[in-house]
Design a protein around this ligand. Sequence first.
Ligand code: ZN
Ligand code: ZN
Length: 381
Amino acid sequence: MRIRAAVLHEPGRPVTVEQVELEPPQANEVLVRVAAAGVCHSDVHLADGALGEGRWPIVLGHEGAGVVEAVGEGVEHVAPGDPVAFCFVPACRECRSCRAGRPNLCEPAAANGVRGMLMDGTSRLRLPDGTVLQHGLMTACFAERTVVAKGGVVPLPEGLPLWQAALLGCGVVTGLGAVRNVGRVQAGDSVAVFGCGGVGLQVVAGARLGGAATIVAVDRVPEKLELARAQGATHAVDAGGKPVSEIRALTGGGVDVAFEVVGRPETVRLAWGAIRPGGTVVVVGLAPKGVDACVPAIEFLSDKSLRGTYYGSGDPAAELPEYARLALAGALDLARVVTHVDELDGVERALERLRRGEGARTVLVVDPALAGDVRRVGPPA
Ligand SMILES: [Zn+2]
Ligand SMILES: [Zn+2]
């Protein structure tokens, strides 16, 4: 079928919304009508060619929600008409990582994700001239419809507006998972969050849900610090000043856990300076390929840890519905991180805003009838 989708032909050229061919789902695949999609900093990295060669032409978009239209043979957990969120690591449940309880690191999903192919190693997307298109992070949801692996859709509880559910599959799973599964934030802990964009704000929300007593938000942009306060940050620190001394003063020597949600060596270094002896830095931010991060190694002697994380470091497909229920119950405000709403054709504008560091999440409403009423957006007045 013919659909409209956001295509990156090559880095450096604007992403354009155009007609592409989408093939029907094969066995163990699902066709989804996209309601809404979130624009994430990883989309900027892909669009700018910062994640390595050979990742284009591609249909971008890896965070979104929609309604199932058709399922291939072997798909039993969803049926046509079901509301779903996308999960960009469709775990195979059979490989070494999956069997070791680390489905976020599923090996075939990782290999195909980098190649932009579905789990059988092929694509369902073509340009009208026949050129094969990659599926962005196996999701390709900046499009009217998409075909994903069965593990790439997670059923949602009824009642959650899909424009909000669209945020679950990347920002929420990544941010809340980093807090729960990696930082293991406990009640009473002190936490610092470097970078309060779409994912950083979810880290703040996760730290609040985890019972952290002190949550220091660090960013250069006052609007983002305001959003972080609304998400539960107890303190806001300007990244352009002396954030490490301020955090150490606020917490009597440093935080238990610092989250780096920027993806730059400078902020990794700042986060390292902001933790107390025995503390942990969790690097959530995605750095472009070829970037090294350095910390003074002697400080490993004070029992400090530097940890990585990918996609929440848990079981995204199992945790996502739980986060959806938290949102339904009002414990997690998904709408608050949304600073801009646009249509599918606004994708390049949204990428530009991220490049300028402006705002937090943009939600692209692809199908207004499915997405639900877009209510309050942005920081509280
Ligand atoms: Zn993302
Ligand atoms: Zn696997």
